[in-house]
Design a protein around this ligand. Structure first.
Ligand code: HXC
Ligand code: NAP
Length: 303
């Protein structure tokens, strides 16, 4: 058996994609925030698997550039529509444009987000609600529009919400995002049950650190990227590869995961658990220290 090299642990064949070439053939997928970062990575892979793609966010120029690159790379079809997910009418327009172009929509990826680090007491009320509105209200708007459409058209839709691990742990310094992502987690589990009888599946992915320009500029600005190394917080001692997230997302929206509903899958190299176990911080204990500790703890009898 061949083990991965610890300095280069991602097997290159895993980075060329996991599923069969036509795994998403015939499916039309809307990705919010699909012009950049993880949304772009997922969308590119979905196209390679035969899907039709609709990408949406506020900046039309960014979307159009990405759509062009995606079409050139994959030969697939991409519709780029500007939309602020905070506005329900704009979300409905994305859906209508998508149906007009592709005939129907099968999958929604709630991926758009807004976030920045700040001590909470420094935030204005508007700063707090801006993040809540993009992440929670935006996901609600998209889910509601798509859910109404799927139920009335009797389409067994599929929704995938990109949350974070601090949706379940909470996190200091990103409190609006933590509150909003926690709400999206509740949305995921609630709709999985309520809309399951319509054949609609709702799942979530909780990614750990996957470097993107959008996240790193706002969460690790300047010297912070070096001072607060995500890599060292992860038991596997590396950050995620975009294709690894795309592989998981493609599986969850494909028919291969047809019995998975209401699930949240964490993909973080073990990062959040590293912070959870009381004794997890003992990495710095050397072998020699463990020898001494072993002798000393064995010597404790009956006291
Ligand atoms: C404090 C801030 C702030 C900051 C903005 N505000 N940035 N307050 N610290 N760094 C305040 C503003 O002063 C204003 O309040 C209010 O927030 C709204 O700001 P606008 O700039 O008007 O908002 P808008 O143009 O809608 O932009 C939204 C945004 C921006 C969230 C502020 O950063 C954005 O567009 N983000 C989109 C992309 C993104 O965030 N990607 C990262 C996702 S990463 P006042 O009171 O002055 O009006 C992620 C990963 C999590 O979620 C886990 C990683 C490991
Ligand atoms: P990103 O590139 O900044 O992606 C965020 C996207 O959301 C952008 O394309 C942005 O486009 C869009 N967006 C923001 N506000 C919007 C609005 N009001 N309406 C519509 N679209 C809006 O960051 P990313 O790292 O790829 O993040 C993608 C997702 O992964 C997010 O949900 C994030 O919380 C999650 N995540 C990321 C990480 C990570 O390590 N990168 C970890 C955990 C979770 P416009 O500016 O054009 O609107």
């Amino acid at each position: 058996m061949q083990f991965p090299d610890i300095n280069n642990p991602v097997n290159s064949s895993a980075l060329s994609g996991m599923l069969k070439d036509d795994a998403l053939k015939g499916k039309t997928i809307i990705i919010t925030g699909g012009g950049t970062g993880l949304g772009k990575a997922m969308g590119t892979y979905f196209l390679k698997l035969g899907a039709n793609l609709v990408i949406t966010s506020r900046k039309l120029e960014v979307l159009q550039k990405t759509a062009g690159e995606m079409e050139t790379e994959t030969g697939g079809k991409v519709l780029a529509v500007a939309c602020d997910v905070r506005n329900y009418e704009e979300v409905e327009k994305v859906l209508n444009d998508a149906v007009q172009m592709f005939g129907r929509v099968d999958v929604l990826i709630n991926n758009a987000a807004g976030n920045f680090i700040s001590p909470t007491e420094r935030l204005s009320a508007n700063a707090f609600s801006t993040v809540i509105d993009i992440v929670l209200k935006g996901s609600v708007n998209c889910s509601l529009a798509l859910g109404k459409y799927w139920i009335s058209e009797k389409i067994p839709g599929n929704m995938l919400n990109i949350i974070t691990t601090y949706a379940f742990t909470g996190s200091a310094y990103v409190v609006p995002s933590a509150c909003a992502k926690g709400g999206v987690l509740a949305l995921t589990r609630s709709l999985a049950v309520e809309w399951g009888r319509h054949g609609i599946r709702t799942n979530a992915i909780a990614p750990g650190p996957f470097p993107t320009k959008g996240a790193w500029e706002r969460l690790l600005p300047g010297e912070m990227a070096e001072k607060f190394s995500f890599k060292n917080r992860v038991p596997l001692k590396r950050v995620g590869e975009h294709q690894e997230l795309a592989n998981l997302a493609a599986f969850l929206i494909s028919d291969f995961s047809a019995y998975i509903n209401g699930e949240v899958i964490t993909i973080d190299g073990g990062e959040w658990l590293q912070g959870a176990g009381q004794f997890n911080g003992l990495e710095m204990v050397t072998d020699q220290m463990w020898d001494e500790i072993g002798q000393s703890t064995r010597a404790v009898k009956g006291s």
